[in-house]
Design a protein around this ligand. Structure first.
Ligand code: UDX
Length: 432
């Protein structure tokens, strides 16, 4: 494999993982970020993101001299020519649901004249369809090539997903440029696909929105299972046996969240609207996601005896899923907000002890002790599927509560264990 000189702009989940993994594949990588404090930390090998294997890869890259960090956007272009520049910048949701591209366009504007002739600019950020062409026009040079190279990694398993991808997609008007990007991943033996720029940009949204749709679908099936006296686990297990459907992303819960699904569903909906297409199915997926939260609140209210006013509730889990310390757009927080609005008094236990913004922190006490979370509570609500919740001493926790009720939105706990400890247990999609 040819070792290439690579610049990665942005050291969030996507950029840092890409940089560290590409260095581990033998490339010479410099990562740029405007956050000087983060750059200094990373340069000394400190990784604050909770990502399995990432600190080790960063340390390896630094030690081998194949990975560097800088807060100077222009520095990578001062020495030997860079072959590929990856843009891994945030594209947050704007007020109208569309992705905000200002970080991407600002960087392109600054680097326009510095890209070496023949350089490939690969966009990894999730960007609206058409951004690659927009970037090409903004750069305005015939000797710089744009490639859309969407990233499909999940938080919590980012390194694994990068190094063992289901596919690598490169979309470009230049086949040679797309192939140059795919060649960077040559060591991985992954399925590769070359598409148009719009094709690659759409694949990312299409995949995330389809997965969100799948979760919304199963969340309604969970409700139906309760009504019809079925167990949703049996239903999804048999559905998943059909290889056309597949068994993943069929676990019911408090709705989907995180830094991608909410942003990407809204962005695709907004893009479809601009193109004059009514994506009713996707809109329904978002509506369902809101309804799921309301249904959970109904369950908690029922478990509390009909009202939530001044009722103490212990929340188990705040992150949007297990294995990450990220609470962005977490369904757990959305449920917490709804419970608070009905007058509940909330204490939450999460193993990552996340820091909440000031507004939320005023409505919710966070603790790193399960005992404190359950003390005096009338209902305990499991919102994130942290496996360690299963190992808690439920007998001891039962002694601390006001009333022993558990609403387990993730079907995480073993009902026999918690019932033996004296709790009444309500699962999700499990007939009573
Ligand atoms: C997602 C995509 O999976 C990834 O390919 C993309 O690059 C970024 O967005 P991530 O945001 O890390 O990754 O989370 P993911 O593991 O996909 O989960 C998204 C949400 O769906 C979480 O809130 C999760 O709890 C929920 N979910 C997932 C379910 O409720 N049930 C499931 O069966 C699966």
């Amino acid at each position: 494999m040819n070792s290439r000189r690579i610049a990665v702009v942005g050291t969030g989940y996507v950029g840092l993982t890409a940089g560290a993994c590409l260095a581990s594949l033998g490339h010479d990588v410099v990562c740029v970020d405007i956050d000087s404090a983060r750059v200094a930390q990373l340069g000394s090998g400190t990784v604050t993101l909770l990502e399995e294997g990432l600190p080790e890869l960063v340390a390896e890259g630094l030690a081998a001299g194949r990975l560097r960090f800088t807060d100077d956007l222009h520095e990578p272009f001062a020495g030997d020519p860079v072959d590929v520049v990856f843009l891994c910048l945030p594209t947050p949701m704007g007020p109208d649901g569309a992705a905000d591209l200002s970080a991407v366009t600002a960087v392109l504007g600054q680097l326009r004249d510095e890209f070496p002739p023949g350089c490939v600019v690969a966009i990894k950020s999730t960007v609206p369809v058409g951004t690659s062409d927009l970037a090409r026009d903004l750069i305005g040079r015939d000797d710089v090539f744009l490639v859309s190279n969407p990233e499909f990694l999940r938080e919590g398993s980012a390194v694994e997903d990068f190094l063992r991808p289901d596919r690598v997609v490169a979309g470009s008007h230049s086949r040679e440029a797309a192939q140059r990007v795919l060649d960077l991943y040559a060591g991985l033996g992954a399925v590769t696909r070359i598409t148009t720029p719009a094709g690659a940009e759409l694949v990312k949204y299409a995949s995330n929105c389809f997965l969100a749709l799948k979760v919304s679908y199963v969340n309604v099936l969970a409700e139906l299972s309760e009504r019809f006296g079925a167990d949703v686990r049996d239903v999804v297990a048999a559905m998943g046996d059909d290889h056309r459907i597949g068994g993943s992303f069929l676990a019911p819960g408090p709705g989907w969240g995180g830094s991608c699904f909410p942003k990407d569903t809204n962005a695709l909906l907004s893009m479809a609207r601009s193109a004059g297409v009514d994506f009713a199915l996707l809109r329904a997926s978002l509506d369902t996601n809101r309804q799921v939260r309301a249904r959970i609140v109904d369950q908690v209210r029922a478990a509390a005896g009909g009202t939530l006013r001044d009722v103490r509730i212990g929340l188990f889990g705040l992150t949007f899923k297990a294995g990450t310390d990220d609470v962005r757009d977490s369904p757990a927080l959305a449920v917490a907000e709804l419970l608070h609005a009905e007058g509940a008094i909330l204490t939450a236990y999460d193993p990552t002890f996340p820091v909440l913004d000031a507004g939320l922190a005023a409505r919710l006490t966070v603790t790193d002790s399960p005992s404190i979370a359950v003390k005096g509570a009338s209902v305990l609500v499991v919102l994130t599927e942290w496996p360690q919740f299963r190992e808690l001493d439920w007998g001891r926790l039962a002694e601390l509560v006001e009333s022993p009720n558990i609403v387990d939105t993730r079907n995480l706990l073993d009902p026999e264990v918690v019932r033996a400890a004296g709790f009444s247990w309500t699962g999700n999609g499990r007939s009573r």
